[in-house]
Design a protein around this ligand. Structure first.
Ligand SMILES: Nc1ncnc2c1ncn2[C@@H]1O[C@H](COP(=O)(O)OP(=O)(O)O)[C@@H](O)[C@H]1O
Ligand SMILES: [Mg+2]
Length: 509
């Protein structure tokens, strides 16, 4: 059942109080207006600034005196004795936390139970006081799906062609435009269409896509990332790569028909510079899905309820764009304040994390979460509990053969033939160096060769290696600690070969 049908059913079944979670007021009002007309009920809208208004063709004040919550609830109690009514209360969440207000909502619940009327509470987040939770039924309204966007698109094209005497035709572009609209609210979609028409006198899918990415960026916490990286750019990590390739197949329709559920995601844990973020980005290309990067450090806002709202919006956007990849880089950053969260931020961090964890458990849409973590000791135990991720991988410092591969990849990237270099010697000399450090060594060597007016050769690279102090030497204990942790909680991302270079052993996954 979609949310419109569910809402109508609940109203007809005389559920007294319904909580709608959405930031799209107009869309909700429009739908409620259709439902109330259909069910022959009067439709009232309450806001903190205007009080109760009756929704006729134009909004009509019913009782301008009733603005505060108490007088408005009282006025509505009177109204439901005389007629069948639905009242929508906008932005309710900041007003509903006081004990007295909670009591009033309970009172009206019992009045409503014996009536043909419904009270509907609208807020951008689901934040119901515990005392009221038993009395309230929640519908979390997703962002519009294609069919809802299609209606807007068709009306818009028709109106614009008539009013501006244009001749916009959708031809084969309808689907591209509707896909580009996923992740937007109805209002935003309308604005994006309008902007394209003004700028191009036409509906140009690429303008629409660019605009959509801007809008998503404005949420402040999500970013559309255009992935250039592919699996071939990653040296080593063979177990992880083959795992990802197998998961890619699990997104197909055949896999679903075979009984497989869409994969949930992975967590990659390991020292900095080992290719975790790189792998996340390459996964987008491998799966052929858009990558949304969630910046945990920006989730936390300064206003009450803002953080939860940010998170809810981000998750809604990800679901509406699905299938997609949600990339949560350095997820432990979000947990920085969690242990003391109860005192310092009245539990906001803990609540937001809870929101993410619950969503990861319950999400219906194919959103594949790829999370990375440099420091597993900052993760709360809930994070690694079964059922959140399909698997947790330990991305360790590269083995000797992996380092060879990484040298080859990065020499290729600067347009050099790896065959002209003593790769095996480089790999022997770089035990404990990360992929990022190998890349840096090549870059530095290239600078130096250029300065000297010479072509890059073995000696440049070997000298860079010898002058370089890898992070793993400075942080030996830390890396050992992560390895111990990973033995318990993770699968290895790499097929390990011993430093002496004996034959690689493929591990069972
Ligand atoms: N296994 C690897 N293969 C190829 N390049 C690598 C590898 N690991 C790291 N790099 C290089 O180092 C850069 C930084 O690595 P990154 O993925 O950001 O590390 P992490 O996220 O694990 O800290 C990458 O963009 C890539 O150029
Ligand atoms: Mg990283």
């Amino acid at each position: 059942m979609n949310w419109e049908e569910e809402l109508k059913t609940l109203i007809r079944a005389r559920y007294p109080i319904i909580w709608l979670t959405s930031s799209e007021e107009q869309r909700v009002i429009q739908k409620l207006s259709e439902i109330t007309t259909d069910l022959e009920k009067t439709f009232y809208v309450w806001s903190a600034t205007k009080g109760i208004q009756k929704l006729t063709a134009d909004l009509e004040d019913v009782d301008p005196g009733a603005v505060s919550i108490d007088s408005s609830l009282m006025a509505f109690t009177e109204l439901i004795n005389q007629e069948k009514a639905v009242m929508l209360m906008k932005d309710i969440h900041p007003f509903i936390q006081e004990p007295l207000t909670i009591r009033m909502f309970k009172d009206i619940y019992f009045e409503l139970k014996n009536s043909y009327s419904t009270l509907i509470l609208l807020a951008p987040i689901t934040d119901i006081p515990i005392d009221l939770q038993k009395y309230v039924t929640v519908i979390d309204i997703p962002l519009p799906e294609k069919e809802e966007l299609r209606k807007i698109l068709e009306v818009m094209v028709k109106d614009v062609n008539e009013a501006l005497n244009l001749n916009i035709e959708l031809n084969g572009n309808t689907d591209t435009i509707l896909n580009a609209g996923l992740g937007l609210t109805l209002d935003e979609f309308e604005n994006v269409l309008a902007k394209s028409i003004v700028a191009k006198r036409n509906l140009d899918p690429s303008t629409i896509i660019t605009e959509k990415e801007q809008i998503i960026k404005k949420t402040g916490i999500l970013e559309y990332y255009h992935s250039m990286e592919s699996m071939e750019d990653i040296g080593g990590l063979e177990n992880l790569k083959s795992w990802l390739m197998r998961r890619k197949k699990a997104f197909s329709r055949e896999a679903r028909e075979f009984g497989l559920r869409p994969p949930k995601g992975i967590l990659m844990v390991g020292a900095p510079g080992t290719g975790k973020s790189l792998t996340a980005k390459a996964t987008a290309k491998l799966f052929g899905m858009p990558l949304l990067k969630l910046d945990m450090s920006k989730v936390f806002g300064s206003l009450v309820g803002e953080s939860e709202k940010n998170m809810a919006e981000a998750l809604k956007i990800a679901e509406s764009i699905a299938p997609c990849i949600l990339f949560v880089d350095e997820i432990e950053k979000a947990f920085a304040g969690i242990s003391s969260s109860g005192e310092t931020d009245s539990g906001v961090t803990a609540r937001v994390i809870g929101q993410l964890l619950t969503w990861m458990q319950e999400r219906q849409k194919p959103v594949f979460v790829v999370a990375t973590c440099n420091d597993p000791f900052k993760l709360p135990p809930e994070m690694t509990r079964a059922g959140r991720f399909d698997d947790i991988f330990h991305v360790d410092l590269p083995s000797r053969s992996e380092r060879e591969e990484i040298f080859r990849i990065h020499l290729n990237k600067i347009g050099r033939d790896p065959g002209n270099f003593d790769i095996s010697e480089f790999a022997r000399l770089t035990e404990g160096y990360s992929g990022a450090e190998i890349e840096q060594i090549i870059t530095e060597a290239l600078y130096r060769a250029f300065d000297e007016g010479l072509e890059l050769d073995n000696q440049h690279i070997i000298e860079e290696i010898q002058g370089y102090m890898p992070l793993s030497k400075k942080r030996k204990d830390e890396i050992e600690r992560i390895r111990k942790w990973a033995e318990i909680y993770c699968k290895p991302a790499s097929i390990r070969d011993s430093e002496s270079g004996s034959k690689a052993r493929r591990i069972e996954l």
